[in-house]
Design a protein around this ligand. Structure first.
Ligand code: AMP
Length: 218
């Protein structure tokens, strides 16, 4: 099974992606994570994209496509993959179709996470992650069960993303509206789009996703 998680930053894609990854034992590919890894590793590419990432603008299709192609061909994705943060515009969606066709694969479902701009701001400006295992948390919606201790790995050091600030959120939301929103009809026309209301609680959304998956598997 191959899925896409579509929605603005902060809409819950990452949280549901982590859930689906465990539930289905299918690996997630987050282009945002791949790009941040380059910055953290201090590679030439990392230096080139560092400033773009911190402003919230999109990185060029060439760069993202190159990273995606390198990763999607790995054996660990033979069972399927969950794409998080890709595609982000129509050109990336077309190129993804070409790549998958060559690999004899296709997208089974696209989960679209719908949310208002104000809710996004509230979420993004309150989120943080575990420095060691990268599990995501939110001060308002998903704090660790024990304050200051990661539920997943017991780590006690947490960080916030440098692009999780109000200016960057506004840029990212505006990029999302102009570039990414057209993908909704692109996938809806194929009958594989499933709309999720991101204002619902995390468990409720997970249940709805599971119901869609059950139907797909029967
Ligand atoms: P994300 O973690 O998905 O919110 O992505 C963080 C940042 O990485 C975005 O604000 C963009 O600068 C960049 N990025 C991630 N995925 C893509 C993509 N598919 N195309 C272009 N830029 C991307």
């Amino acid at each position: 099974m191959n899925f896409i998680l579509l929605g603005p930053p902060g809409s819950g894609k990452g949280t549901q992606g982590e859930y689906l990854e465990k539930k289905l034992s299918i690996k997630r590919i987050s282009t945002g994570d791949l790009l941040r890894n380059e910055v953290a590793a201090g590679s030439d590419l990392g230096h080139e994209i560092k400033d773009i990432l911190s402003t919230g603008a999109l990185v060029s299709d060439d760069i993202v496509l190159r990273l995606l192609k390198e990763n999607i061909a790995h054996k660990e994705y033979d069972r399927g993959f969950i794409l998080d943060g890709f595609p982000r515009n129509l050109s990336q969606a077309n190129l993804l179709d070409e790549i998958l066709e060559k690999m004899n694969k296709h997208i089974d479902a696209v989960f679209y996470f719908h949310i208002s701009e104000q809710q996004l701001i509230d979420r993004i400006c309150n989120r943080f992650y575990c420095e060691s295992c990268k599990a995501n948390y939110n001060k308002l919606f998903k704090p660790p069960k024990v304050a200051g201790v990661c539920d997943e790995c017991g780590g006690t050091s947490f960080k916030t993303r440098p692009d999780d600030n109000i200016d960057s959120v506004k840029t990212r939301f505006s990029e999302y509206k102009t570039q990414t929103l057209p993908l909704i009809s692109y996938y809806d026309d194929r009958g594989i789009l499933h709309k999720m209301d991101s204002s619902k609680n995390i468990e409720k959304i997970s249940k709805e996703i599971e119901e869609v998956l059950k139907k797909l598997l029967t």
